[in-house]
Design a protein around this ligand. Structure first.
Ligand code: HPA
Length: 265
């Protein structure tokens, strides 16, 4: 799957071997400005590559350097609710691995399940719950590998970004991200259930990429930009405009943390 895309990207970047992949969630494109001498490749140019269909999710690869690292950044990701086959997400992770990627930084917008974690907050993902009922590894491995997820979000990378956040005075919550399939927002009953499950944030992305990356031996950290409180936790009704406006509050701090992380590690 996506063999032509892999070949195209390889030809475009030549000897440049990215070590770090970055996936930018809804409205979190600011970080692309930190990438030095970027080669920008619109997804539309890449053979067989799917297109993103959601407002606020532009589709381009940015390939360049931040600090001493060579990065490949996806501005605009694919969601299962766009009718994307989870195996496509695995194929993209396989391309990253083939290009030389050994670690990945993933960002997303998420709804908070905690009254104290308000819109505009950042949450470092410590663990996840796959509530999507889907898995990118099904149908992609000849013999199923039973991937160990006891530390899906790399502890060493997490500790490093926590230290940076503390030093820079950026409040970084920590918590469990639960993935729903979407595209609807949750019912109040679902939000109550997810809170009882022990989840701290809910969103429609990230988990598929993480399952795939971890199975390929790529180390991962994830940061959620909290865009709203879960349905029923306030009188406000979640909506995409509110999500985008509140994510905008976090883009500077999230970009700063990722930039400093790459410059220092
Ligand atoms: N639910 C699911 N996904 C989301 C939300 C939410 O409340 N906010 C941003 N992405």
């Amino acid at each position: 799957m996506l063999d032509n895309a892999a070949q195209y990207l390889k030809e475009k970047i030549g000897d440049f071997q990215p070590d770090t992949a970055i996936i930018l969630g809804s409205g979190l494109a600011l970080l692309t400005a930190e990438i030095q001498n970027p080669i920008i490749i619109p997804y539309a140019e890449v053979p067989d590559f799917p297109q993103t269909s959601v407002e606020g999710h532009v589709g381009c690869f940015y390939i360049g350097t931040i600090g001493k690292h060579k990065v490949i950044c996806m501005q605009g990701r694919f969601h299962l609710y766009e009718n994307i086959d989870p195996r496509v997400i695995h194929a993209i992770m396989c391309i990253f691995q083939k290009l030389g990627v050994t670690r990945m930084i993933i960002t997303n917008a998420a709804g908070s399940l905690r009254q104290d974690m308000l819109p505009g907050s950042l949450m470092l993902i410590t663990d996840h719950i796959n509530f999507s009922g889907r898995n990118p590894l099904i149908g992609t491995q000849k013999h199923p590998k039973f991937t160990d997820l006891s530390q899906a979000y790399d502890l060493d990378m997490r500790n490093k970004i926590k230290q940076i956040a503390e030093r820079e005075g950026v409040k970084l919550y920590e918590g469990v991200y639960l993935m729903v399939l979407g595209p609807n927002y949750e019912t109040p009953a679902e939000i109550r259930m997810f809170r009882n499950f022990g989840a701290d944030a809910v969103g429609m992305s990230t988990v598929q990429e993480v399952l795939s990356a971890v199975s390929l031996g790529i180390k991962v950290i994830g940061i959620s930009a909290i865009s709203n409180l879960g349905t029923g936790m306030t009188d406000d009704r979640p909506n995409h405009e509110e999500v985008m406006i509140n994510v905008a509050e976090s883009i500077e701090s999230i970009s700063l943390l990722v930039k400093l992380f790459l410059e220092e590690n």
